[in-house]
Design a protein around this ligand. Sequence first.
Ligand SMILES: NC(=O)c1ccc[n+]([C@@H]2O[C@H](COP(=O)([O-])OP(=O)(O)OC[C@H]3O[C@@H](n4cnc5c(N)ncnc54)[C@H](OP(=O)(O)O)[C@@H]3O)[C@@H](O)[C@H]2O)c1
Length: 293
Amino acid sequence: MAISILVTGSKGQLGNEIQVLSSKLTEFEFHFHDVDTLDITNLEALEDSFSTIKPFAVINCAAYTAVDKAESEPEKAFKINADALGNLAHCAEKYNCWVLHVSTDYVFDGTHHIPYRETDYTNPLSVYGKSKLAGEMLLSEIEKAIIVRTSWLYSTFGHNIVKTIRRLATERDTIGFVCDQIGSPTYAADLAGALLIILQRLANTPEATSLAGIYHYANEGACSWYDFACTTVELSKLSCKVKPIETQEYPTPAQRPPYSVLNKSKIKTTFGLEIPWWRNSLEKAIHLMNEAK
Ligand SMILES: NC(=O)c1ccc[n+]([C@@H]2O[C@H](COP(=O)([O-])OP(=O)(O)OC[C@H]3O[C@@H](n4cnc5c(N)ncnc54)[C@H](OP(=O)(O)O)[C@@H]3O)[C@@H](O)[C@H]2O)c1
């Protein structure tokens, strides 16, 4: 009998990528839901789903991800990114189920100059980062939780920075991107693949609770938003000029960490993952975006 897996937030970037890859995993039966069919802030609806599906694991791709907007609607951000994690934790304990959850590099303040480890001090600068950290904490209280922090996520699905850069580059002669925020772009398809490898390991390991905890996953390498924009324009064969600007020249409602590169040793060693370089993954995604045009 196939192992039931519940995927929440399945119409987002990551949720869509999991849908694509899941068709190859015949040992699992995936149940995909987004807010229209399963709102994770609704405990009663979650309990109903858990009691019907009896999932071995829930992969939570549901989130409030509007980083700047969160500054003006903190209640909503906390309801989805934190309180709902309490709901998931409650159901997971009650139904003895794993939770694979995704968090963010924005739990860090960016004062480091070497990649952040899972055990490093957190100090989020934004409402979004604070809400995601609060969610992590609620989930950390249960025995069967895996939290994967990632950064600068993009995909061929949904709205994201790569699509924004490509659109702006066709509309304007010059675009400006900040050169003093350093991180690692991450293709959601690569992250989805990593989450499914973790899921398979959990399903095939008798004492899997020893694997619970926080992990960092991003594509290999690091760059600034400026480098990322230049590379996106180049790989998209667009002629727009990209101009480096400083964060202070482009004020945003939410403060972002100037450096948020993640150290990925733990996830690579524990799960035997090979992680692609960000440029190679970006090239793949742009190829797919061009094909879909
Ligand atoms: N995007 C990034 O750059 C980034 C960076 C680091 C970490 N992350 C984390 O990575 C994860 C995946 O991000 P993503 O970019 O795939 O997010 P996304 O594209 O914004 O998808 C999130 C999905 O969750 C849905 N959702 C919102 N509220 C919900 C609720 N109450 N119940 C159920 N579903 C709900 C959203 O629906 P609506 O669209 O209708 O609201 C959307 O379909 C998130 O945990 C995010 O915090 C993202």
